[in-house]
Design a protein around this ligand. Sequence first.
Ligand SMILES: NC(=O)c1ccc[n+]([C@@H]2O[C@H](COP(=O)([O-])OP(=O)(O)OC[C@H]3O[C@@H](n4cnc5c(N)ncnc54)[C@H](OP(=O)(O)O)[C@@H]3O)[C@@H](O)[C@H]2O)c1
Length: 264
Amino acid sequence: MELQLKDKVAVVTGASKGIGLAVVERLAREGVKVVAGSRSSTPELDALAAEHDVTIVPVDLSTAQGAQTLVQQAVDRHGHLDILVNNVGAAEPRESFLKVDDAAWQRIFDLTFFSAVRASRAALPHLIAAGGAAIVNISSINARLPFPMVVDYSAAKAALTNLNKSLSEEFAPQGVRVNSIAPGPVRTPFWTAPGGFADATAASAGITAQEALNVAVPQGMGITTGRITEAYEVADLALFLASPLAANITGTETLIDGGQAKTL
Ligand SMILES: NC(=O)c1ccc[n+]([C@@H]2O[C@H](COP(=O)([O-])OP(=O)(O)OC[C@H]3O[C@@H](n4cnc5c(N)ncnc54)[C@H](OP(=O)(O)O)[C@@H]3O)[C@@H](O)[C@H]2O)c1
């Protein structure tokens, strides 16, 4: 399928690992000029930058200035902006709502919700000027399936899903489509990093992290396909939504969860 993305300019937040890295890779292979934001780089992102038109911008997207800096660097370098992928976000395993203080709520909201508010606010004037532009928000199944272990993250993703709709309503008439993706569990460092959700699940079930990811999580969460999602599968969906092939799709939220969600 020809995605008609060649020579477009894209900003990707949270770009050094996981889903963000997969989005950068897929975009770069389509000939998109990518500006990739995260606090640090990785060998995988460095390799993409060596081979393609990928600019790495070290930036803390939990700060008020971070998103503005990232978008400005993209426009300074390429003169315009066509695509924004609001990917960055993070959760921390919680024992109880009663143990999540204000600082923790603020930390999760800053990175998972306000990063998208700020990046969208900085990017929209440029996206409108470009015409035929798109924002893709990486939300989560937890936006509609809140879970006590990620109580604050679930609320932040619900806010992002809500914002997605407001932005799509206001800006579609100005040539900017806004869609979100709601993944279930995806095999990324979010799960696999030491102390991440695979370790937490493994510890509570008395199994290895590998068993948790390959068996316990799909079974325990009712994932009908029997496996979690791979990062490149989310990236492929993001590229489609960002592309002119989806020119009449806006305001949507697409689940990619292997059938985990049981209602429409
Ligand atoms: N994995 C899943 O199961 C899953 C499911 C549903 C939704 N999602 C959502 O998908 C998105 C990506 O998740 P992922 O699993 O790919 O995450 P990940 O593997 O943990 O990667 C997170 C990325 O964000 C960057 N990042 C973290 N804090 C940052 C900060 N303060 N400023 C700038 N960059 C920062 C990280 O790089 P640095 O550390 O170098 O900054 C990294 O590149 C998130 O919004 C997540 O909520 C994930």
